[in-house]
Design a protein around this ligand. Sequence first.
Ligand SMILES: [Mg+2]
Length: 177
Amino acid sequence: MFKEIIKICLNPFILIYFKIKLNHFIHINKNFNRFLVLDIDNTLANTWKYLKTKNKKKISYSEIPLLVKTIEHIKKKYSNLPIVYISHRNILNYYETDIWIQKNIINKNNFLILVSKPGDKLFYLNSILQTHRVIYYDDLSYNHENGKVLFYEKMIEEIKKMDIVYYDYDFIKKLNS
Ligand SMILES: [Mg+2]
């Protein structure tokens, strides 16, 4: 409850804050023509299985096991590109999430954005697309813990209309199976 209230009050400020930081990150990487945009949960990290086995109080976002094959794939193909991580997590988990990223480094040239709703990812993707091409890995799925995988279908539709290279749930699942 407390976390939810913080989230609602802070969200507009957080969005502006990350947008300014992202503009800066884009600017300092203007010599690259492509950016890598990565989701974390169930794309790079085996999150739902981890959360399922853990007592809520013992969850640490810095400890989530990797989806090794996704990371290997990215390292092989795109390891030199600047990375923007965009994850749908509570802002209070920013620090632990960043520890996870720095522990499982793909490229030191990275920047982390957290969004309070998945749809906000489109806002940042569009910002990057103004100046750069985008390679994007994101499962865009949820509800694994209840045995039936659901998808953020509207978002997926939007992304498919965008001029980006998109690696989706099926691709990530196949890689890691
Ligand atoms: Mg995900």
